[in-house]
Design a protein around this ligand. Sequence first.
Ligand SMILES: Nc1ncnc2c1ncn2[C@@H]1O[C@H](COP(=O)(O)OP(=O)(O)OP(=O)(O)O)[C@@H](O)[C@H]1O
Ligand SMILES: [Mg+2]
Length: 250
Amino acid sequence: MTELLRIEDLHVEVEGKEILKGINLKINEGEIHALMGPNGVGKTSLGYVIAGHPKYKVTKGNLFFKEKNILELRPDERAKLGLFLAFQHPVEIQGVSLNHFLYTINKKISNKGLNFLEFRRSLLERANLIGITQEFLNRQLNVGFSGGEKKRAEVLQLLTVNPKLAVLDEVDSGTDIDSLKTLTAAITEVNKNGTGILLVTHYDRILQYLKPHYIHVLIDGRIEKTGSSELARELESKGYNWLKQEVYAQ
Ligand SMILES: Nc1ncnc2c1ncn2[C@@H]1O[C@H](COP(=O)(O)OP(=O)(O)OP(=O)(O)O)[C@@H](O)[C@H]1O
Ligand SMILES: [Mg+2]
């Protein structure tokens, strides 16, 4: 098993507040890990730290990607190594079409010599797989996109860059049932080629389509429980209070 990501005793602060308080996590090639937990416990922050967001300060611990310590690398350098983050709340960028945005990241990351027309042709094939039309590709990035459309555009980025490791932050939020099936089918294809996945989610439903090898529960900045799909079903029926009580009783 080739190791992709290894997080060791990671402590992270933002705006002077400690959010992550000792995360340990290892993701190998081809594995799917689901990250669950109540609102505000640090799931999105962990994704940002992996991607290299400068606001999130690592105060202790280490972050390895393919055995290389990446803490000092910029986000674009991490992306070039094969790290990808799909945002929980994708930002709107005026004046840049989805087409051109994807062409630019593809050129920067894969260094493939496709010209724009060639790229657009291959992009359209991938886009059609997840219900994105040429007309949609011409729109400005995320501007006026519905919640579900933004998630579709994030998955199209994933298909375009074909990373080694993808953090997908609530890719299921706001997606209708048919879109969820289409998007998870596309993610499954990427995963079959070896991409490791860290999937942040609140719901058991997506895990019925995208079978995780492990489920981790983050409570107050630490992974307090790791289990199988069974754990997600337990959380769906019981919520998080029982787990919080276990943690705070320690
Ligand atoms: N840039 C920031 N400035 C100030 N506080 C922040 C910042 N980023 C995160 N936080 C705080 O850190 C905590 C963790 O936030 P985070 O977004 O990681 O939670 P989450 O687990 O993803 O929650 P949700 O399930 O609601 O998406 C929250 O209390 C949040 O307000
Ligand atoms: Mg979040």
